[in-house]
Design a protein around this ligand. Structure first.
Ligand SMILES: [Zn+2]
Ligand SMILES: [Zn+2]
Length: 343
């Protein structure tokens, strides 16, 4: 089978790989659609594992089932979340299942930018979900990125009446805009420095869009009767964006760190101000089974519009072009690859 192998952002090679063997409790999945994630082009993080086959946002058709698999049969159309926790360690029990030691050890083999992947027994149990008739594979693959954002919103306590500021309107920001509305936020303000992305933020439901080069905190307070944001979701990692998140925060408010600029990035928190204001900074990493289930239900019901976030559709052979588009972060949101040809 063919896979797109990552060496670095501008060196993606189509190479032959053996189709994975499967064992007890495992499944072989024919990958029909796989999205390129912003994290796939985080060169600092990816290049140390290269050559590697990335790709973790996918849906496909069950091609083989190992013995012991009871909930799926050959031919089932499924979405599957790539990382799955053990479910029984103290971190899992305390609701931090994405920090579970098992979590990152469970993934698609050899990687989603392939014609076929092996699904781990824990994924079969906790990560895989049947797609309803009529749902497209590329739509189903959004269960992963939407799941990650659902977690960020849950951790940040977004709910009815909350005033939310989303800094950065790439794909994560756009998903957060939609989810904040679904979860009941009464004001959703987004920022970006790129004109096209600002227009996308507006299209996907932001009540106001502020240019990221402006004084975001003052603008937000102008819009919100003088008050700051209850929740700020940081979907950008520039130092100016981090500063904006702290300046725009209302007392009692929470910053959700959702983007990382590099492994050594730090955040300078003014402790006096944060203590007196009972402010919090929380982080949200990936998504657990609860998050992916909520995400998949929102996609199934059509409450979240994912199909219009797909800006580019490419065959697997054009993975290099897909990586370029994603890394450029220009006029693209989700770039989708189709290992068995465009659907
Ligand atoms: Zn992702
Ligand atoms: Zn665990």
């Amino acid at each position: 089978m063919r896979s797109a192998v990552y060496y670095k952002n501008d060196d993606i090679r189509i190479e032959e790989q053996p189709v994975p063997e499967i064992g007890h409790g495992e499944m072989l999945l024919k990958v029909m659609a796989v999205g390129i994630c912003g994290s796939d082009v985080h060169e600092f993080y990816r290049v140390k594992h290269a050559p590697v086959i990335l790709g973790h946002e996918l849906a496909g058709i069950v091609e083989k089932v190992g013995d012991g698999v009871e909930n799926f049969i050959v031919g089932d159309r499924i979405f599957c979340f790539h990382h799955v926790p053990c479910g029984s360690c103290p971190r899992c029990i305390n609701g931090h299942e994405t920090a579970c030691d098992t979590f990152k050890k469970v993934h698609f083999h050899p990687g989603g930018f392939s014609e076929y992947v092996r699904i781990h027994p824990l994924q079969v149990r906790l990560g895989a979900m049947k797609m309803p008739d009529g749902m497209d594979f590329d739509v189903a693959s959004f269960g992963e990125p939407v799941g990650c954002c659902v977690r960020g919103q849950r951790m940040g306590g977004i709910g009815p009446g909350k005033k939310v500021l989303i800094i950065g309107s790439g794909i994560a920001g756009i998903i957060h805009i939609q989810l904040a509305k679904i979860f009941g936020a009464s004001l959703v303000v987004a920022t970006d420095i790129h004109p096209w992305r600002k227009s996308m933020a507006e299209k996907f439901g932001a009540d106001y869009v502020i240019d990221g080069k402006e004084d975001v905190a003052s603008k937000f307070r102008e819009i919100n009767d003088g008050w700051g944001a209850d929740v700020v979701i940081l979907c950008a990692s520039a130092p100016s964006a981090i500063q904006q998140s702290m300046d725009a925060l209302e007392k009692g408010g929470t910053i959700v760190v959702f983007a990382l600029g590099g492994p050594d990035q730090t955040m300078d928190i003014p402790l006096g101000k944060f203590l007196a204001g009972e402010n919090s900074v929380i982080t949200s990493y990936s998504g657990g089974p609860v998050d992916s289930h909520i995400a998949f239900e929102l996609i199934k019901s059509g409450q979240i519009n994912v199909v219009d976030m797909i800006t580019h559709r490419l065959p697997l052979e054009d993975a290099q072009e897909g990586f370029r588009l994603t890394a450029d972060a220009g006029e693209s949101l989700k770039v989708m690859l189709y290992p068995h040809g465009l659907l």
